[in-house]
Design a protein around this ligand. Structure first.
Ligand code: GFB
Length: 319
């Protein structure tokens, strides 16, 4: 019902607004667009445009009139930040996405790519998780607020598609990592947190590194440069309002991830487990059949992606 013909052609001079261009995802999108020869990119940092300010967003769209919008602006964080700040994760994300999606429609944006998250799926969804699992069961409590906001964003895009024929598509990336990730130990996701912990443990010649939870949960990790390439692919090839998963198709336990990171960093101490911290979703592996059938696959192997991210961390963040 929501299928549209594939009628969207990306021009190199297309005016593209990357909302959230300084973040992990937004900065990767800018790199990808620039490498692809797209020369008309619109960026606004927080001091120039407050995306939570409805009138400011409306004025910006009316003035700039971007043809394409990629929605990479969100309040994001790992399992602890999501648990501690549900109000901000729900409210900030609803505000930002409502403002952008609404203003994009009113100003005549030709295509909008909304980025959701694999946490929109139920805690006990079948694995790998197909797109059809959306709203088929209760959510994982540690990220319910963020998930509800993202589900609302998907539904708003689908409503604009259904009611007005808008070409607003929604992609669901799996857990992401890469340059410009957040390495703050209280708000980061697991991969960035463990990279930093392993680096600091090695530098301090510590005997052990503390990992949260049981180590049993499984996660799928996608390098953000792969996500950016998938986004460009979807902008050019996908015009349906039905959600589409973006992942690499393989997962790994948190214990295996910790061991791999220690190996890449060169920390040979012990792992210690902090059982007071939550595990979250038992498993989150996306079914990427739909995206693969369209012709896209991830290319960056996890070990190589971690090594590249560690190089970036040492050059930009490490003391
Ligand atoms: O990446 P992460 O914070 O978020 O945690 P989620 C993944 C797993 O790694 C959990 C464990 O089982 C954590 O307990 N873990 C082990 C650690 N050590 C650490 C550590 O030092 N830091 C962190 N952060 N985790 C997020 C959602 O869920 O996934 C967001 O909260 C978002 O809403 C994101 O959707 C993609 O994968 O559990």
């Amino acid at each position: 019902m929501l299928k549209r013909p594939s009628d969207f052609i990306m021009d190199k001079l297309e005016k593209i607004f990357v909302a959230g261009h300084l973040g992990l995802v937004g900065s990767a999108l800018i790199r990808r667009f620039e490498a692809g020869g797209f020369g008309n990119l619109v960026k606004r940092d927080r001091s120039q445009l407050d995306l939570a300010d409805e009138q400011a967003v409306r004025n910006f769209f009316a003035q700039e009139k971007p043809a394409v919008v990629v929605f990479a602006a969100a309040k994001v964080g790992g399992i602890k930040a999501n648990t501690d700040f549900p109000v901000e994760f729900l409210l900030d994300n609803l505000r930002i996405q409502n403002n952008i999606i609404h203003a994009a429609h009113d100003s005549g944006v030709r295509k909008l790519l909304f980025l959701g998250s694999s946490c929109i799926y139920p805690k006990h969804a079948p694995q790998p998780i197909p797109e059809t699992a959306l709203l088929s069961g209760p959510l994982e409590p540690t990220n319910e607020a963020y998930a509800i906001a993202k589900i609302a964003g998907i539904k708003l895009c689908q409503a604009y598609a259904r009611e007005y024929g808008a070409n607003f598509v929604s992609a669901m990336p799996t857990n992401l990592y890469g340059p410009n990730d957040n390495f703050d130990l209280l708000s980061s996701h697991v991969l960035a947190a463990l990279l930093r912990k392993a680096h600091e443990a090695k530098t301090r010649k510590a005997r052990e590194l503390v990992v949260w939870g049981s180590g049993k949960p499984r996660r799928e990790f996608l390098h953000v440069d792969d996500l950016a390439s998938a986004c460009l692919f979807l902008l050019e090839k996908y015009d349906s309002a039905e959600i589409i998963n973006v992942g690499c198709g393989e997962d790994i336990s948190i214990r295996e991830l910790a061991e791999l990171i220690c190996d890449v960093v060169g920390f040979d101490g012990k792992l210690a487990w902090d059982a007071t911290k939550p595990d979250g979703m038992p498993r989150k592996l996306l079914d990427v059949t739909k995206l693969r059938d369209l012709g896209w696959r991830a290319t960056i192997p996890l070990r190589e992606g971690i090594a590249r991210t560690y190089d970036w961390f040492r050059a930009n963040c490490a003391q």
